[in-house]
Write a protein that binds this ligand. Structure first.
Ligand SMILES: [Fe+2]
Ligand SMILES: [Fe+2]
Length: 265
């Protein structure tokens, strides 16, 4: 602001309040004007630099977060693959269970974050099979009681592998590994948990995993027709499975069909 008023401090105050950064009085002293202008330009330049730096930092933080998330997904994939090498179940089984679980959670009204969580954690449900000997894991039929009891420990092995991770996805995987063979009625394993005492993720994956096992080929059985599988799921409503989750599952026949076209064994 340049003005001829020299002794009006109220005007000066008003000018500063209105956003003036400098206040010069007439007549202008050329040297002072040049010095003050130089200061203002320097100030503006440093403001712009700071703004650019803030933008650069924000971009860098965003990129770093993306890289971490990417690595987390890589960890999940590697773990899933490790389990797959040991397990006669296929990669597509894991993918179908992930998709089915996500679809069910959507139908249950779970938010996008939780749907994303179950999608990435469900593939870890059988990761504990890494700890089960091949001679038992790959046996086509006729397991002894002891052998069957050993297979059941894949739930606890998986849980112990994942439970202490700082990753939310891996911890959700631990929860699912531990609870995906629990029954709503309390007759499941390893803890014989009852109803809502079973983790919600575990109850969802239990339906998706069982359905997929029924309609696909396994070393010990041929694939069952969809109608037969749906009948059994319905029959087990309130017994093996949470009734609400069975309802949510039965409400998605179309999406489930497309999944089986996309990820065939
Ligand atoms: Fe399992
Ligand atoms: Fe499975």
């Amino acid at each position: 602001m340049i003005t001829a008023y020299t002794d009006r401090s109220d005007i000066k105050m008003m000018a500063f309040k209105a956003g003036a950064t400098e206040f010069l009085t007439k007549p202008i002293d050329v040297a002072e004007f040049a010095a003050r202008t130089k200061n203002l330009v320097a100030l503006r330049e440093s403001q712009l630099m700071q703004r650019d730096r803030a933008r650069l930092l924000a971009t860098q933080v965003e990129e770093a977060t993306m890289r971490i998330t990417q690595r987390e997904f890589e960890t999940l994939t590697v773990l899933g693959k490790a389990a797959e090498y040991r397990d006669p179940e296929t990669a597509n089984h894991i993918l179908r269970v992930a998709h089915l679980s996500k679809l069910i959670s959507g139908n249950l009204g779970m938010d996008a974050n939780e749907q994303d969580m179950i999608f990435h954690a469900a593939p870890l449900h059988d990761v504990g099979k890494i700890g089960i000997p091949d001679s038992i894991l790959l046996k086509p039929a006729g397991l002894t009681d002891d052998e069957y009891n050993l297979i059941k420990t894949h739930t606890i092995i998986g849980y112990n592998m994942l439970k202490d991770s700082s990753s939310l996805y891996l911890r959700a995987g631990a929860e699912i590994a531990l609870t995906h063979h629990e029954h709503y009625s309390g007759a499941g394993y390893p803890q014989g948990l009852l109803g809502d005492g079973i983790s919600l993720y575990g109850r969802i994956v239990a339906v998706a995993d069982s359905y997929d096992a029924m309609v696909t080929r396994r070393p010990y059985k041929e694939p069952w027709p969809v109608e037969k599988a749906l009948k059994i799921i319905t029959l087990e409503k309130g017994r093996q499975f949470d009734p609400i989750i069975v309802e949510a599952f039965l409400a998605l026949p179309h999406e489930a069909e497309t999944l089986y076209e996309r990820y065939t064994d």
